[in-house]
Write a protein of this length. Structure first.
Length: 334
């Protein structure tokens, strides 16, 4: 499949991006993914190794004088807290960071990006910042542990499986943080709140899996907002302190509606269920195709020049949810 973008008329030049170097990102309320297991899946590993070693998923060689091509460096920090040892073993055994690096491989980086699994003093989190001036995404073991504890133990009435809940949430979280990294590394202008822009980038990236695969990973990501699914029916009217609306992050309900709308705008047939089941109000659904068009145009214009589209097609063609490329269910979820 190809990366889906839409053309729009040029909107002119944008102001320079701000120079902030550190962008701490708080954990999304209710956010966490599914489980990583100790066992390695030989079939999945063999596919990835084969693709990398044969050159099927490698970046083309640089021509003489061409700008430096960065890479994605991954590492697993051994936690000092014994309580996090299981999360560490699970992440290592499941090759979690290797999977994330593979998905992000099509982005042409002018400098190295570091993705680290680390301890975070008890705080479930994932965030991007500059560590010693090196762009770095940190994924906390506490976050992975929290994800494992909150995913459904069996398929939900909506059909979300434990593996989908984990993979979807993990991919959305990392795509969100990579969005922050992209804005920084490529020095991109951002109109509006950067948190909203990172959410939209994450939604766009996950949708590039296409069709039913995109549907499965998006609904897995949406599991982070499962409590709000319930409130739609049981408690549709809510009261919040005004200060709660002052955050640089959107409210959980707003973030859910934005994710649902962008997905519906991408493919109204595949994501028809969000309207049919009342998750997305009809009044918002009417403008979702336009919202996705705006997002797609922005991605194509600002980030498209930094992507290897042929490589992206190969990466997105991998069957992350089914053999032989994906892990067996027991390798991802309890």
């Amino acid at each position: 499949m190809s990366w889906r973008t839409m053309d729009r008329p040029s909107l002119g030049s944008a102001p320079p991006v701000n120079e902030a170097k550190e962008i701490p990102v708080r954990r999304r309320p209710g956010s966490t993914g599914a489980a990583l297991q100790h066992n390695r899946n030989p079939a999945w590993i063999a596919v990835v190794v084969a693709l990398l070693t044969t050159g099927a998923l490698t970046m083309p060689a640089r021509a003489a004088g061409e700008a430096h091509q960065g890479s994605i460096q991954i590492s697993y920090e051994v936690p000092k807290d014994p309580a996090l040892k299981n999360a560490y073993d699970i992440a290592r055994g499941a090759n979690a960071l290797e999977m994330l690096r593979l998905i992000l491989l099509p982005f042409k980086l002018p400098e190295d990006l570091y993705i680290k699994a680390v301890s975070c003093n008890g705080i479930p989190n994932a965030y991007f910042f500059r560590e010693d001036d090196k762009p770095t995404i940190r994924i906390c073991y506490e976050y992975l542990r929290s994800v494992r504890e909150t995913i459904p133990k069996e398929p939900t009435p909506e059909g979300i499986t434990p593996r989908e809940a984990f993979v979807g949430q993990l991919l959305f979280t990392i795509a969100h943080e990579f969005g922050h990294a992209a804005f920084d590394i490529y020095n991109l202008p951002v109109l509006g709140r950067q948190e909203d822009a990172a959410d939209q980038f994450a939604a766009w990236l996950l949708l590039q899996f296409g069709g039913e695969r995109a549907h499965r990973v998006i609904r897995g990501a949406a599991w982070a907002y499962n409590q709000y699914f319930k409130n739609l029916k049981d408690n549709p009217k809510v009261t919040v302190p005004l200060a709660a609306l002052s955050s640089d992050h959107g409210t959980p309900a707003q973030r859910f509606y934005n994710l649902a709308c962008i997905s519906y705008g991408y493919d109204a047939k595949v994501f028809a269920v969000v309207v049919e089941r009342g998750y997305l109000p009809a009044a918002r659904a009417k403008v979702c195709e336009y919202e996705y068009s705006n997002l797609s145009y922005a991605i194509k214009t600002l980030i498209g020049p930094h992507m290897d589209k042929e490589l992206a097609d190969k990466v997105m063609a991998i069957s992350w949810f089914s053999p032989p490329d994906a892990r067996a269910l027991d390798d991802w979820a309890p």
